[in-house]
Design a binder for this molecule. Sequence first.
Ligand code: NDP
Length: 317
Amino acid sequence: MNQNTIYKKVLVTGGSGLVGKAIQRISNQYYFHFIFLSSQEADLKSYDQTFACFQEKNPDYVIHLAAQVGGLYKNMNYQVSMLEDNLQINLNVLKVCHQLNIQKVICCLSTCIYPSQVTYPIQEEMLHQGPPHNSNYGYSYAKRMLEVQCRAYQECFKRDYLCVIPTNIYGEDDNFSLENGHLIPALIHQCYLSHLKGTPFPIKGSGQARRQFIYAPDLAKIIIWMLEGYSGKDSLIACPPGKNEYSVLEVAELIRNNFETQPEITLLKEYPEGQMKKTVNAEKLNKLLPEFQFTTLEKGIEKTVKWFRDSYPKCRL
Ligand code: NDP
């Protein structure tokens, strides 16, 4: 543990969300004083509230996770708020960090904001090489501007404002909404209902779209490492190495394996399913952290399903 980091204050925006809670769970393993924010403390869409809150908390570092986040259907149905809310939040957070002389900020992008027409695998530097997929252009352009903003602060003011670019994140404390949740939490919720009712387990789309995943507690460790151990300036894609891409159908089967009744899967092929694949290459990060032990998708899903079943219905639905 680096002695210089003892008692440094780290403010985590989005501290009540999936990744924020994952950081909370491991926060006592680090010599940092973490402060976790939710929208209750400050609406980060408001510059005044953001400034007042950050000034009062007076952090040394910021982990910026707060965002309007959701799965395919939330992105498709709320393009304006996915664009405007995220632009406003990010604009205020980085501007205030700079004004309060906060030297290091780790921000969160997403691999789903990359161009829809690219040569695979996707690498960090391809972010602006074409328009994003139509299903999530609001969220994507707002997040792309966050990368631009970080780069501008690096170049103009020598700030260490950096971006991590995770693939699909899942885990305990996720948003398990059937309408607005991401793929894994929405499927877990759906499978649970099918299990309770003894009905088939419906999957929207052909089941053939392919995705990569990272378990939130693994990402939490990577973000804290970026804060204390990464001196580079480049954005880093975060995704486990090796066999790491699964079809939606394979994911549904892994989820179903955790339910005693094993509900039969029904494909609802008339529904949209977004981009068919978004394969990324996370070699840059994985070379920097060669010993990092990623949680397998099987294990992560097993833990998440157990947490969901123990927490239901007192979780985000
Ligand atoms: P969640 O949806 O779980 O949490 C969102 C967080 O943002 C909550 O703490 C919420 O506070 C806060 N928030 C939202 N709006 C505001 C606001 N106006 N003012 C203050 N706080 C606000 O998000 P995740 O943990 O899943 O995502 C963390 C980061 O990772 C985000 O930047 C996201 O874009 C990125 N990401 C997520 C992926 C995923 O699969 N989940 C994939 C790739 C990247 P409150 O609880 O009070 O509403």
